[in-house]
Design a protein around this ligand. Structure first.
Ligand SMILES: CC(C)(COP(=O)(O)OP(=O)(O)OC[C@H]1O[C@@H](n2cnc3c(N)ncnc32)[C@H](O)[C@@H]1OP(=O)(O)O)[C@@H](O)C(=O)NCCC(=O)NCCS
Length: 155
């Protein structure tokens, strides 16, 4: 049976989900080490990404249940954004959700009239790399344990 996947505007009331996701070592493995763990720090981060125009973040619901987020940090001067995705519930991995997230962010980037989307991926994070390559991102640089990818948005 097909699942209903929704991207909704992120609000700080998802804090308890984030507390679980950001403290799951399996989920954190390839995230920035600075990803917050404590409730007050997560709350601060969520408030920032929910209300500042520099960020465009979406909560992901599958059949009404919160499973993660996707979003971007925008540099309006350069018309580019750095994107990210976290499926915080590992039982939902491998179902094509992050692949849809990348496609959703490309659409959103178009709406915002951005030129380029960029991502940084730990080389070992094969699923993440795959979702981006499937959405026609290209690797333009690599350094240490990271691939740097970009996607040019056509007008
Ligand atoms: C990485 C992550 C976002 C992937 O999300 P997902 O919804 O499971 O990804 P999808 O199901 O859309 O696609 C995964 C793809 O990787 C492939 N894949 C999975 N494991 C793989 C492996 N070890 N080697 C190569 N490909 C692999 C899958 O087969 C699938 O490709 P396919 O559709 O062509 O078969 C998710 O695991 C996650 O949130 N992890 C924790 C946080 C994180 O690492 N975020 C990314 C930071 S850059």
């Amino acid at each position: 049976m097909s699942k209903v996947i929704e991207f909704i505007n992120l609000t700080p009331d998802w804090i308890d989900y984030y507390l679980k996701w950001f403290n799951d070592e399996k989920v954190r493995r390839f995230l920035w080490p600075s990803t917050p763990r404590q409730r007050d720090k997560i709350k601060h981060w969520l408030t920032k990404v929910a209300f500042s125009p520099k960020y465009r973040y979406f909560g992901i619901k599958v059949d009404g249940y919160p499973v993660g987020h996707t979003g971007m940090t925008i540099n309006f001067r350069r018309l580019e954004a750095k994107i990210g995705v976290v499926i915080g519930e590992p039982s939902y991995w491998g179902q094509g959700i992050a692949t849809l997230c990348a496609a959703h962010l490309i659409k959103e980037g178009k709406k915002l009239r951005l030129r380029t989307l960029k991502a940084r991926v730990v080389k070992e994070n094969k699923p993440s790399l795959r979702t981006l390559l499937k959405n026609n991102f290209e690797i333009y640089y690599q350094r240490n344990c990271y691939y740097y990818l970009r996607f040019f948005i056509d007008k």
